[in-house]
Write a protein that binds this ligand. Structure first.
Ligand SMILES: Nc1ncnc2c1ncn2[C@@H]1O[C@H](COP(=O)(O)OP(=O)(O)OP(=O)(O)O)[C@@H](O)[C@H]1O
Ligand SMILES: [Mg+2]
Length: 491
């Protein structure tokens, strides 16, 4: 059974139950007002003018009418009238007999009501025999019959069988069908509006969710779900869309990883194949006796050794990088003062700087010691990789490397700048990717790099909770900036 159908069913049952309850309460109210249980049996039939009396009263009235028609003399007999009135009283009705213009007999139950002037005038054709009349605050419905007491038609008479009604009950009875109709219309309208509202607020979003789930099932994650409301359904739709987005992102990431993996394999095979081919070429040369002189042999052997060393270095770097990447390389953090640490590295590399005629400048070094919490060996590797790049890519004098160190609230910011050739804008976002090199050819002999130096540096800085970035202007130089969280002594 669909939700829509269930809703319709529940609304219909609410309407039916409400109608039953309404009718029942009207019945009880009516009984309370009129005190007349039977009146409700013919609830709708009663229209006082047409049905002023109950069936039993009507039959007594007919008896009287029969007498009036056939033996009107009998109606002079007050005892008989008393008897009839008694029977009528049991039905809560009362008898009145009129003779010419005087009231000949009035039921005692009518008490002080002065009917004299209130009774309708004679209508010997008996055209209107049922009607109502008001006597002060009291209200009666009645059946009447006009007749002649004697055959000479001199003395006119009327019999009235009256039944007292409550005017309030009459109003209620008259209004009841209208009220019920109105109530029904309002109920149906409310039900319909409610049904539409629920359909719009619940069914439609659910339908939308179902369609979206089908899309996902078929692998389409590019659609977008929009919540119309902030209620639970709206939140469900929103969460569903967030889930779709997550799924979409994770699939995209997966595809990206897959692409990276393919790229990595292709890069590794390329970077390994080149030296292997060279080594093979030299080895073949030796085998074929090309190296006929000692000098030539030494040259070949040296070339083989260099290429094998390059390969070893590449494999080691790659291994180290993948360990960092897989978070398998443990970090051992210690408190470390940055300035002496950087000076030490510069000292170690001073010969290389000297050989390449590079000037090393220190800028903005803070007076107070700046401590960081770092893995000394790994951080040294980062700085050496950066210096190494400067040395490797600066190609014309004057060569200058500037080291800047600053304190910025929680972070120490270190910059290593050179005045080398710079990096093209389109390459800049990629230089931290593994194996990425700016040169179009991957020929290592150009600058002898594998494209792992910055990727390793990024992994290490990440491991320290810092950030590394690069800025560069072609022809003017490159600046690599990294941050490290400052070590604060706990007091
Ligand atoms: N200071 C720099 N000046 C100019 N280009 C640079 C500089 N530093 C990095 N690059 C460019 O970014 C690329 C990536 O640098 P990275 O250090 O990762 O690799 P590599 O130096 O080629 O190899 P490796 O460092 O593994 O020996 C380099 O190939 C180079 O083209
Ligand atoms: Mg490098």
């Amino acid at each position: 059974m669909s939700l829509r159908f269930r809703l319709l069913l529940s609304f219909t049952s609410v309407v039916i139950v409400s109608v039953i309850l309404f009718v029942l309460s009207s019945y009880l109210l009516s009984v309370a007002v009129t005190g007349d249980l039977r009146s409700l049996n013919n609830f709708y039939k009663i229209h006082y003018s047409l049905h002023p009396l109950s069936e039993e009263e009507e039959s007594l009235f007919l008896d009287l009418k029969y007498l009036a028609k056939n033996d009107p003399d009998q109606l002079n007999n007050k005892q008989l009238l008393e008897q009839y009135n008694k029977d009528l009283k049991m039905q809560q009705a009362a008898l009145v007999v009129r003779k010419d213009d005087t009231v000949y007999y009035t039921a005692p139950s009518l008490g002080g009501v002065d009917l004299q002037g209130l009774l309708p005038s004679y209508d010997m054709g008996n055209n209107v025999i049922r009607n109502t009349l008001n006597a002060g605050s009291r209200f009666f419905s009645y059946s009447k019959f006009d007749f002649y007491f004697s055959s000479d038609q001199k003395e006119r008479g009327s019999i009235f069988v009256l039944h007292e009604r409550s005017p309030f009950a009459q109003v209620i009875r008259k209004l009841l069908p209208i009220l019920i109709g109105l109530f029904l219309i309002i109920l149906l309208l409310t039900g319909f509006l409610l049904y539409r509202y629920v359909t719009r607020k619940v069914i439609k979003p659910l339908e939308q969710l179902r369609r979206s789930a089908e899309h996902i099932k078929e692998g389409d994650l590019t659609f977008e779900l929009k919540a119309d409301s902030r209620d639970e359904i709206g939140q469900l739709v929103l969460t569903f869309d967030q889930m779709r987005l997550r799924l979409y992102e994770s699939i995209q990431l997966q595809l990206h990883y897959e692409e990276n993996r393919k790229q990595l394999i292709s890069n590794i095979s390329h970077d390994l194949r080149t030296p292997i081919t060279t080594i093979k070429g030299y080895a073949e040369g030796i085998r074929d006796g090309v190296t006929n002189t000692e000098d030539k042999l030494n040259k070949y052997v040296h070339a083989i050794y260099t290429r094998a060393s390059d390969m070893e270095r590449l494999v080691n770097e790659l291994l180290y990088f993948s360990k960092l990447d897989l978070k398998k390389e443990p970090f051992s953090f210690h408190k470390l003062e940055l300035r002496p640490f950087l000076y030490n590295i510069a000292d170690e590399m001073s010969i290389e700087f000297h050989n390449q005629q590079v000037e090393l400048a220190w800028m903005a070094m803070p007076e107070r010691p700046l401590y960081v919490f770092a893995d000394r060996e790994k951080l040294k590797r980062v700085v050496m990789n950066l210096f190494d790049n400067c040395l490797k890519y600066m190609n014309q004098p004057p060569k200058k490397i500037t080291v800047v160190m600053e304190r910025q609230t929680e972070f120490a910011v270190i910059q290593i700048k050179d005045n080398g050739p710079g990096i093209p804008e389109e390459d800049l976002p990629h230089i931290f990717e593994r194996f990425y090199r700016v040169e179009p050819s991957r020929n290592q002999s150009v600058a002898g790099g594998s494209g792992l130096g910055l990727a390793i540096a990024e992994q290490i800085i990440d491991g320290h909770g810092g950030r590394i970035s690069a800025s560069s202007k072609l022809g003017h130089g490159t600046c690599i900036t990294f941050t490290l969280k400052i070590y604060e002594e706990r007091r």
